[in-house]
Design a protein. Structure first.
Length: 293
């Protein structure tokens, strides 16, 4: 049987199709109505048997680095290859971040954590991440915190701060301000009253006193549609111009659910796809079906 390229754990190994099992993978998210029910959201079908959920031992002697590098076809243009690999890694990171948010519908607070220069050099990643990691690890262990998010540099000060989606494990205290339409920054409740902004348009802004290292805000996400918008908002941080601060695209912690998968063998030619793509330099072709709008 002809050899095919198997993409697994960042390496491309040349193995026979008999050593893998499936050419179809369906991704499932938990239902928003019933946490015990998992619903299909996307199916990916390949021309080859590339899905290996049972971790069939692959023939490591058949690695072909001159033909494949990472999960990209070999190219004599090293700079172009690195750009292709970086974009592919970025797309995977965005997909994983989105998966985490969609699988954890209890992440109902959009949180911003800033760092004060009194506590550390807020431009220094090593100092900032030490404060953040120690604090979040403590809250995960002691209070059951769950979170996903990104770190960003302030455009003017260059200081690092975090944008997170969190569950309700923290102590959220009303700040006395609200976020309202047509105002980029929160305004005082008294100001909203004076402007006759209806209370139905108010989003109360909270603070997190437990965070001792700088300024905080938190806004409660009231429904699944708002959560979906927040997930897209976080994923937008991961663009091609995104600075991969500290070598990580995103951060997460706590007992987070992840997608489930179902595998099968289907006829590639019989699949009616929403879109199709291929892996450059290989014979691998894919069809993708989306079950959600």
């Amino acid at each position: 049987m002809d050899k095919i390229a198997i993409l697994r754990k960042g390496k491309s190994l040349s193995v026979t199709a008999e050593e893998c099992k499936y050419n179809s993978r369906i991704k499932l998210y938990p239902s928003s109505c019933n946490a015990d029910e998992w619903l299909p959201v996307q199916q990916m079908v390949s021309t080859s048997f590339i899905f290996n959920p049972d971790n069939v031992t692959l023939d490591k002697k058949s690695i072909t680095p001159k033909i494949f590098k990472g999960d990209e076809a070999y190219s004599p243009d090293r700079e172009l290859l690195e750009q292709q690999n970086a974009l592919r890694a970025l797309r995977r990171a965005k997909c994983k971040l989105y998966d985490l948010i969609r699988c954890n519908l209890d992440l109902r607070y959009f949180v911003t954590l800033t760092i004060s220069s009194e506590h550390c050099n807020r431009e220094n990643y090593s100092e900032v991440i030490k404060k953040f990691s120690t604090w979040t690890d403590n809250k995960v262990r002691r209070k059951g915190l769950k979170y996903v998010g990104v770190v960003e540099r302030h455009k003017k000060s260059n200081g690092l701060h975090f944008h997170l989606l969190c569950n309700n494990a923290l102590d959220y205290v009303l700040s006395g301000t609200v976020k309202v339409p047509n105002h980029k920054k929160p305004i005082k409740v008294s100001t909203a009253d004076r402007y006759h902004i209806p209370e139905s348009d108010w989003q109360f802004v909270y603070n997190i006193p437990e965070w001792k290292f700088g300024f905080t805000t938190a806004i409660e996400i009231i429904n699944d549609d708002k959560l979906l918008k927040c997930s897209h908002y976080l994923c937008k941080y991961l663009t091609k111009d995104f600075e991969k601060i500290g070598g990580r695209y995103y951060y997460n912690g706590g007992k987070l659910l992840r997608p489930r998968y179902e595998y099968s063998v289907v006829s590639f030619n019989d699949v009616v796809e929403d879109y199709a793509f291929c892996i450059d330099g290989t014979d691998l072709n894919f069809k993708v079906i989306n079950f959600e709008d």
